[in-house]
Write a new protein. Structure first.
Length: 261
């Protein structure tokens, strides 16, 4: 098991889904967690679950599109734990729209959260890593849609391609300072986000029944099942720990074999 004892780790979008599963697992390994989410109640519920299990966690409300809010999130973490070691940029949104129906407003909504939010988080974390004397880890949540474009998820796919690009660019820019940047690319995961995507398929007339789109996409996994949030835990532990110190700029597919790169 990776040694994460006393590591100070922020996970954004940790109020539920993949973020919550990762945060709980890292806390169980001894890390000190900041549970960051737009929804204060959900963030506090996850933090309380961690504390009840004997772990260390604080809850912080954040809109990742707001640089001041991201800065406050990091500063609160440093005040609580003395430093920041790892930032998981996990917060994200999805929207289903046929290609020709995507509006400028749709584009800005999805890319501002998924791409701009990641950029801001990386920038502010790197400033903190430098202030601390260098070194640190960034782990971004990308997607299989950051490796292949999907219709009717074109703008979502573009935003996740951007996450992969930002991960590679930061790895090149800051590697000599001991700062690593990697990404996780989930496939079809049974979370609230996929419920939104699935509903979008029905609302646009592309599917008729609940879970039809989910099942259709999940059928592409060669391991024969959709992902659960807990399937992302192992690689998250690895990327947060010293076991991954000589890895940077990589986007790891954790999708049950949906996309081969």
């Amino acid at each position: 098991m990776p040694d994460l004892r006393n590591k100070s780790i922020i996970v954004t979008g940790a109020g539920r889904g993949i973020g919550a599963a990762i945060a709980r697992a890292l806390a169980a390994d001894g890390a000190r967690l900041t549970i960051a989410d737009r929804t204060a109640d959900e963030a506090e519920q996850v933090a309380e679950t961690i504390r009840a299990a004997g772990g260390a966690a604080i809850a912080v409300t954040v809109d990742v599109r707001d640089r001041d809010a991201v800065r406050r999130m990091i500063d609160e973490t440093v005040r609580a734990y003395g430093r920041l070691d790892v930032l998981f940029n996990n917060a994200g949104v999805a929207q289903t729209k046929p290609f020709l129906d995507i509006t400028e407003e749709d584009w800005r909504f999805v890319t501002d959260v998924n791409a701009l939010g990641v950029l801001i988080g990386m920038q502010e974390a790197i400033k903190t890593f430098r202030t601390q004397g260098g070194g640190g880890k960034i782990v971004n949540t990308a997607s299989i849609a950051g490796k292949q474009g999907y219709e009717p998820l074109a703008h979502y796919s573009a935003s996740k391609f951007a996450v992969v690009a930002l991960t590679q660019a930061a790895a090149r820019a800051f590697g000599k300072e001991g700062i690593t940047a990697n990404a996780i690319c989930p496939g079809v995961v049974a979370t609230e986000m996929w419920k939104v995507i699935d509903k979008g398929f029905r609302d646009t007339g592309l599917t008729r029944t609940e879970n039809e789109a989910f099942d259709m996409f999940a059928a592409g996994a060669v391991l024969g099942r959709p992902s659960a949030a807990e399937d992302l835990v192992g690689v998250a532990r690895f990327l947060a720990s010293s076991d991954s110190d000589f890895m940077t700029g990589q986007s790891l597919m954790v999708d049950g074999g949906m996309v081969f790169t």
